[in-house]
Ligand binder design. Structure first.
Ligand code: 13P
Length: 247
C-alpha cells in the first residue's frame, strides 16, 4: 500500500543529558536510511536540546495531558511538549494505562489534544498475558481501539501501536502468526471505523521486545508498518540494525 515504515524508540524514564550522544548517533544512522521514518520519544527534559541536535529523525514526547492548561500539577500539555521540540507524542502506553490508571476515554482525549496542538500521535493498544491466555486478545484489543480512537482519526497524523503487555521488556514475543492476525484484525476494524482509504494508509506498529534479531521478520508482515521499540532504542548499536531492517 506504499506505507512508509515508521520506527520509533521509546526511551521511557531513561536518559540524562549524557545520553543525548546516543540520539545523535541514531540520527546519523537514520540519515543513511531515508526510506524509513525514524523518531525517538524521549524524556520531556531532553526534548529541546535533542531537537536542536538532530537532522534526520523526529523527536517526540511520551505523553501529554488532555487539557490545554490548568491546575494539573506535574503534567505537561500538548502545546508545551510541542514548543519544547516534540513533533509526535505517544498516548495510551500500557505503562500509563496501568501505572497512571488512564482509561481509553482519557487516551482518546489526549490524542485529540495532541492533534489540536499540531502533534502527530502514536496510540498504543495491548492485552495482558491473562487476556492472551484466555483466547480473548483480539476482542480486547479491538475494544480498546474502538474506545480510544479519537474523532476525526486519520492516517496523516495518527498511527497505532500494538504492544502486548507480556512482550514488553520480557524478551518474549508473540509468534509471527499471532502478530499478523491481530494486526490484520486492527486493520479490519479501522476499515469499519474510518473507511478503506484511511485504514489502508494508517501505519500499524508492533512493539514489545523488538530487537536486531527479530525486527526484519516482524516488519515483513503485511500489516506491520514498523515498530515501537523500548530497550533496544537506548543505544545506536542496538537500534541501528532495527532502522536498517525497516529500510
Ligand atoms: P521493549 O522494546 O523494551 O520491550 O519496550 C516496548 C515498549 O514498551 C515500547 O513502547
Amino acid at each position: 500500500m506504499g506505507r512508509r515504515k515508521l520506527v520509533v524508540g521509546n526511551w521511557k524514564m531513561n536518559g540524562l543529558r549524557a545520553q543525548l550522544g546516543a540520539a545523535y548517533a541514531i540520527d546519523a544512522i537514520a540519515t543513511q536510511h531515508p526510506d524509513a521514518e525514524v523518531g525517538l520519544c524521549i524524556p520531556a527534559t531532553l526534548l529541546s536540546e535533542a531537537k536542536a541536535g538532530v537532522k534526520a529523525i523526529f523527536i517526540g514526547a511520551q505523553d501529554c495531558h488532555m487539557n490545554e492548561n490548568g491546575a494539573h500539577t506535574g503534567c505537561l500539555s500538548a502545546a508545551m511538549v510541542k514548543e519544547a521540540g516534540a513533533s509526535w507524542v505517544i498516548v495510551g502506553h500500557s505503562e500509563r494505562r496501568g501505572d497512571q490508571h488512564e482509561s481509553s476515554a482519557d487516551v482518546a482525549a489526549k490524542a485529540l489534544a495532541a492533534r489540536a496542538a499540531g502533534l502527530k500521535v502514536i496510540l498504543c493498544l495491548g492485552e495482558s498475558l491473562e487476556t492472551r491466555d484466555s483466547g480473548k486478545a483480539s476482542e480486547f484489543v479491538l475494544g480498546q481501539l474502538s474506545d480510544s480512537l479519537p474523532d476525526g482519526a486519520s492516517a496523516d497524523w495518527l498511527s497505532i501501536a500494538y504492544e502486548p503487555i507480556w512482550a514488553i521488556g520480557t524478551g518474549r514475543i508473540p509468534t509471527m502468526e499471532q502478530i499478523a492476525e491481530i494486526h490484520g484484525d486492527i486493520r479490519g476494524a479501522l476499515r469499519q471505523a474510518l473507511g478503506a482509504e484511511q485504514a489502508d494508509a494508517m501505519r500499524l506498529l508492533y512493539g514489545g521486545s523488538v530487537n536486531a534479531a527479530n525486527a526484519r521478520e516482524i516488519f515483513a508482515l503485511e500489516d506491520v508498518d514498523g515498530g515501537l521499540v523500548g530497550g533496544a532504542s537506548l543505544k545506536a548499536d542496538s537500534f541501528g540494525p532495527i532502522i536498517e531492517a525497516a529500510a
